[in-house]
Design a protein around this ligand. Sequence first.
Ligand SMILES: Cc1ncc(COP(=O)(O)O)c(C=O)c1O
Length: 393
Amino acid sequence: MTTSLMHDLVPAFAAARTIEYPWMDDAGAATYLDHASTGAIPRRGAAALERYARLRHRPQELQAEHFFPVLARSRELAARLIGASAREIALTTNTTHGLNLAAFALPLEAGDVVLMPDGEFPANVFPWLVRARRTGATVVRLPLVDGVPEEAALLQAIATHPRVRGVAVSWVSFWSGARLDLAAIGAACRARGAWFTVDAIQGLGALPLDVKAAGIDVLACGAQKWLQSPWGTAFAYVRDELVTQLEPPVVGWMATEGSEDLGAMCHYREDWFGDARRFEQITLPMQDFAAMNESLALFLELDPHAVAAHIAALGDQAVAWVDAHPHVRLVTPRARAQRAGVLAFVPPDVAGTSARLRAAGVMHSVREGCVRLSPHWYTTPAAFARALDLLDA
Ligand SMILES: Cc1ncc(COP(=O)(O)O)c(C=O)c1O
């Protein structure tokens, strides 16, 4: 692949970076390596937010197109991103909503077991603990090995645990960056007749995903990180065959057939939509979804496979750097297939290293005792090399 001299990026990324993030070329600009916390909204998304702010200030100028067609496009784009149909997408305002949908709508009975690795983000733990307490089911957390989930042990547990009913995982760990093989877990779940739910927020946007190939039943994903969208944008995927079997655990007023007719609302017919809109809670933040549409369209234009290749190469760079700097430990697995964009390092002095990075304008975070760097498609190898060098005093 040819790279642009100016940016050390492939030409399509260099051009998009110049248009969407002009501030990144300012003298002394920050090096933004914190997508695992909060994504950088592209200029076209920021423009959508500004457009809506103006429209809400002068609401007489709002048109029908500013409402439901925006949400319809969000469902279509989210579906395209994960190889689903728009009928399988419910728009939500955070990942947590989709995880609660999974935990409270999927069948679970006394004695059943839900498997997950230890070290999950709390949003993917608390809903299951509460549902388990209410039903008499059990959540079994499998121990980590060297800080990362042991996939073989998870597959073994799925195959052999006498009461396994479901598996709930994060695709990519929020702190170690370990990526699970969703297709392998999905196949094991299918073989066992167990349902399979995924928190995809730390993977989607850095990696492509095909939910059908992975055999996922319910997926929840916030768009505020790797998908570079506003807070308050997220979606849940519910596999088509499951949609009509699940009753919404929290009930929206526009979740039923005919609810678009705002002239006749007081018939109260419990006639849930036959698609995943039955799980939505309207009113949704139109301005935020309008901006999300811009970000998802950009990501699809750039090509998720090309983005993943760039991020994988930055990961390779981190592995090579750690090999040359034995004081710093890489917690993230070294193999490309087992990592995404979250890279976790343990330097001898985590707090001091974090302070050094901050002083140099390298935006990052510290999670579970690790310095977490999370670069994206516009991170140049040169800028990433400078950040890596700051990890070693
Ligand atoms: C794995 C994971 N799940 C969920 C969340 C957040 O969920 P929500 O979108 O509900 O705030 C985060 C990060 O904040 C996360 O890293």
